[in-house]
Design a protein around this ligand. Structure first.
Ligand code: HEM
Length: 280
């Protein structure tokens, strides 16, 4: 049993046509397996999280009770993208596990919403947000090494508190970005195989082999997104992460949570009044 399904083209060539659909179950089980193992690890084995004391901050600022974290535009993007992602996953995979309905139209419409929302996000993050905040930096790697040594039981310094996003979130963003771009690019070409409002149907745009590879890449990235979505939702509902999840709804988090997990030198909150050194 291979991971691809094959067919013979009119020219007699053996071509892949899409992934084997049992991979849907593999992806589901991988996601559920991860969350069960992680939940047991955190409950019974993990040590208390510890951080090195913050370095003195160059200019002390008056921190408000609520720390702004996600702008309204960023939150709207997140929830529109999430809705499109769920519609895409359900319309793609329910028919493959026996729930039959006319899925293709809903699927390419949700695909268009996802594509537009990601285009918006790229422009927004590049020009209006702190673009580099989501990419791993040198401190992340140094701290990851310290955390790993401590995990192994070796002696190592305590890691620093996080910047706006912990390394795990940055790595997750990188992987989901790659899978997302892959379904989008292949999905746009696949729209030539079905009837949409954008361009005339042209199933002869590519050879059978190229179409086959396109469907395979779309399917592989698609099942990958099943696992990634399960992991994401699991972390979002974990009790210790709820303040972060709530900030994706209300836009801010408490000062206590910010100071507990984040280093004010690594995640500087812009536009706050400076506290005067002599106290006035
Ligand atoms: C979470 C993201 C996505 C997942 C999980 C997903 C999954 C799938 C799957 C499993 C199929 C069936 C392929 C087959 O029968 O071999 C499919 C078809 C299709 N997808 Fe996606 N997809 C996603 C995103 C997108 C996006 C963003 C677009 C458009 C920009 C798109 C456009 C299409 C089209 C047009 C088809 C129909 C192709 C046909 O029936 O010939 N998909 N998708």
């Amino acid at each position: 049993m291979g991971i691809l399904e094959w067919a013979t083209s009119p020219l007699g060539q053996r071509v892949p046509i899409h992934i084997a659909w049992f991979l849907i179950w593999v992806a589901l089980i991988a996601g559920l397996g991860f969350l069960i193992v992680h939940a047991i690890y955190v409950r019974y084995l993990a040590k208390q999280k510890g951080f090195a004391p913050d370095l003195p901050s160059p200019g002390a600022v008056e921190l408000p009770e609520r720390i702004p974290r996600h702008s309204l535009a960023a939150r709207l993007f997140h929830w529109i993208m999430a809705a499109a992602m769920f519609v895409l996953l359900f319309t793609a995979f329910l028919p493959k596990v026996g729930i039959r309905f006319n899925w293709v139209t809903y699927h390419w419409i949700a695909g268009t919403v996802l594509t537009l929302s990601i285009l918006f996000h790229i422009v927004h993050a590049s020009f209006y947000l702190d673009f580099w905040s989501i990419w791993p930096d040198r401190s992340d790697l140094e701290d990851a090494r310290k955390r790993f040594q401590r995990f192994l039981g070796n002696s190592a310094e305590l890691p620093r508190k996080f910047a706006k996003y912990p390394l795990e979130n940055k790595l997750y963003h990188g992987v989901v970005m790659l899978a997302g771009l892959l379904v989008i690019v292949t999905g746009i070409f696949m729209m030539f195989r079905v009837r949409t409002v954008f361009f005339p149907r042209d199933p002869y745009l590519f050879s059978d082999m190229t179409w086959g590879m396109m469907y395979v890449l779309h399917g592989l990235a698609g099942v990958g997104l099943i696992t990634l979505t399960i992991v994401h939702v699991y972390f979002a509902v974990r009790p210790e992460k709820l303040p972060i999840t709530a900030s994706m709804i209300v836009g801010s988090m408490s000062r206590e949570f910010y100071l507990k997990e984040h280093d004010p030198n690594r995640w500087v909150i812009e536009g706050l009044p400076h506290r005067s050194v002599d106290g006035d």
